[in-house]
Write a protein that binds this ligand. Sequence first.
Ligand code: SF4
Ligand code: SF4
Length: 70
Amino acid sequence: MIFIDVKGEEKGGGTVAFRITEECIACGSCLDACPVDAIKEGEEIFSITEDCTECGSCVDECPTDAIVEE
Ligand code: SF4
Ligand code: SF4
């Protein structure tokens, strides 16, 4: 049986295309750039949740180029 995830389609297939690497210095600049609050603070580095719509807005906000497209 094939399930169609409507939410996933909106996100471009349901996979998180953007992720934050260990280059993150937890500055928080990307938080305000995200229109859907998909970026979460972590203990050491931030992370991008599955709420990401792959808009790309956060990428240019990062001073260390820690946000990369998979
Ligand atoms: S790509 Fe867009 S939706 Fe995804 S985390 Fe960055 S700003 Fe948020
Ligand atoms: S802008 Fe870059 S360095 Fe700053 S918290 Fe976001 S991912 Fe980390």
